[in-house]
Design a protein. Structure first.
Length: 396
C-alpha cells in the first residue's frame, strides 16, 4: 500500500512539474534500472559584472521580496530566464516559446512559438545576440526537435539553427557566457566565449565557442559523467559543471567536475555517497565561494534530508550543508547575492539563508523555481529574477 501511494504521488509530481501527461513513462521509472530520472529541471550566480559585499548591502537586502510578474500561464516548470540590463530580458519554456520584455518584466511579448521544441536554456551576449538551447528528443513526450542550439542576431525577432563541428549533441541544459577583456587598438574590448552542456537523462555533451557564437565545436563528456545540468566558467579556462555519475537514477551520485583547460579535461571535485542523487544548479557569488543544489529522487519516504554542496576555496573542495528535512522539498535552482545571502528553489517553494547556509528560512519563490539570477545596475542597485512555474523579481 505504501509503495502504491508513493508511486501515485510521484506520478502527480512529474505531471505537474514538467507539464507532461505521459504517466506510463513515470511508472516504468519505479521498476526499470535503465530508465531516466523522475524529474528534470536548471540556477546561476551573480551576473558577470561584480560580486556584492554583504556588509554594504545588508540593509537593502533585508527589504527584498520576490514579487510575481504577470506572464503567460504555464502548466509546469519553466527552465531559464536572462536579462541584459534592467529593462530587457528573455525567458523560454517547454512549449517551444520565447518571451521578451522591454520594461523590466512588467509586460512580455511572445517572440517565438515552435511546436515540438522544448527550450531548456537561454543566454544573451548583448541586446541583439542570443542563444537558446533545447533538451532534444527521446526524453519528454511530444518533443520532435533534434536541433540543440538556436541563435539570434536581432534581439530575438528571428531565430536560426546553429551548426557545429564534432559529435552529435542530443540536448542542452545550460549556457554560460565569459567576456574576456583585452586591448583592441588602444581601446578596452571583450572576447566572448560561450560554453554549453547537456543533458538530463544523458548523454553528457559539451559545446564551446570562442568567437562570440559564430562557430561552435562539441565533444562528449560521457567518460567523465553521464548527465550534465549546469555550467559555471570563471574565465575561459577554469570552470565547473553540475553532473551525475549514472544515467540510471537509482545508481546515480551527485557529481561536480572542474576544468582548468577550457573544457578539454575534467576532474571530479565532489561526489555524493547516496543513490538516487544528481546535482542541479551552481551559484558562485565570489571566486572562492560556491553553492550547488543536490537533488534526491529516493522513493524511500524515510530519506528526507535535503542538502546543498558548498565550497569556500574556489571549488577545489566541497562540504554538504543541510537545507531542510523534508522529502517533498526537492531542490531545483539556487542563486546567491553574495557569499552569505542566497536562495534555493524547491518543488513547492523556496528557502533563504543570510549566513552562508548555517540556517534557512522559508520564502515564497513560487513552485519549482529552476533558475535564479542576480544583477547589479550601473548605479549599484541589486536585483534578481527567477523562473519556475512562475516568473518572479526582487529589488533590494
Amino acid at each position: 500500500m505504501i509503495r502504491l501511494l508513493t508511486t501515485f504521488l510521484l506520478v502527480l509530481l512529474y505531471s505537474f512539474v514538467d507539464g507532461s501527461s505521459d504517466l506510463s513513462r513515470l511508472k516504468r521509472l519505479m521498476h526499470k534500472a535503465d530508465e531516466k530520472p523522475l524529474l528534470s529541471g536548471q540556477s546561476d550566480s551573480l551576473a558577470k559584472q561584480n560580486a556584492v559585499s554583504v556588509a554594504k548591502n545588508s540593509d537593502r537586502v533585508a527589504q527584498g521580496e520576490w514579487k510575481k510578474l504577470n506572464t503567460e500561464p504555464y502548466p509546469g516548470k519553466q527552465d531559464d530566464i536572462v536579462f541584459v540590463d534592467q529593462n530587457r530580458g528573455w525567458y523560454v519554456n517547454g512549449f517551444g516559446r520565447i518571451f521578451h520584455t522591454r520594461d523590466g518584466g512588467l509586460t512580455w511579448e511572445k517572440q517565438l512559438e515552435q511546436q515540438g521544441t522544448f527550450f531548456r536554456c537561454i543566454a544573451f551576449i548583448d541586446s541583439l545576440t542570443g542563444f537558446a538551447g533545447t533538451v532534444g528528443t527521446d526524453y519528454f513526450p511530444n518533443v520532435t526537435d533534434t536541433i540543440p542550439l538556436y541563435g539570434t542576431r536581432d534581439g530575438g525577432k528571428t531565430w536560426k539553427p546553429l551548426s557545429y563541428s564534432g559529435p552529435a549533441v542530443k540536448g542542452l541544459c545550460a549556457i554560460d557566457v565569459v567576456k574576456e577583456p583585452f586591448i583592441n587598438h588602444g581601446q578596452l574590448d571583450y572576447k566572448v566565449h560561450l560554453f554549453a552542456v547537456g543533458r538530463v537523462g544523458s548523454p553528457a555533451m559539451f559545446m564551446v565557442s570562442h568567437d562570440g557564437g559564430t562557430t561552435w565545436t562539441s565533444k562528449s563528456m560521457n567518460s567523465a559523467c553521464k548527465m550534465l545540468f549546469d555550467i559555471k566558467m570563471l574565465d575561459k579556462n577554469v570552470g565547473f559543471v553540475c553532473a551525475a555519475t549514472d544515467e540510471a537514477i537509482e545508481k546515480s551520485n551527485a557529481l561536480i567536475l572542474k576544468t582548468t583547460d577550457g573544457g578539454n579535461s575534467w576532474k571530479p571535485v565532489y561526489q555524493s555517497s547516496r543513490p538516487f542523487e544528481t546535482t542541479w544548479k551552481i551559484s558562485m557569488p565570489t571566486a572562492e565561494v560556491a553553492y550547488v543544489s543536490i537533488q534526491s529522487y529516493n522513493p524511500d519516504t524515510t530519506v528526507s534530508q535535503q542538502r546543498v554542496a558548498k565550497s569556500t576555496d574556489g571549488g577545489n573542495s566541497w562540504t554538504e550543508i543541510n537545507l531542510v528535512n523534508d522529502q517533498s522539498a526537492r531542490e531545483f535552482g539556487l542563486g546567491f547575492v553574495d557569499a552569505l545571502h542566497g536562495y534555493v528553489g524547491t518543488l513547492h517553494s523556496g528557502y533563504e539563508t543570510r549566513d552562508g547556509g548555517k540556517s534557512w528560512s522559508p520564502v515564497q519563490l513560487g513552485k519549482a523555481c529552476n533558475k535564479i539570477r542576480f544583477y547589479q545596475s550601473p548605479n549599484q542597485e541589486i536585483w534578481g529574477i527567477s523562473i519556475g512555474v512562475e516568473v518572479r523579481k526582487i529589488e533590494f
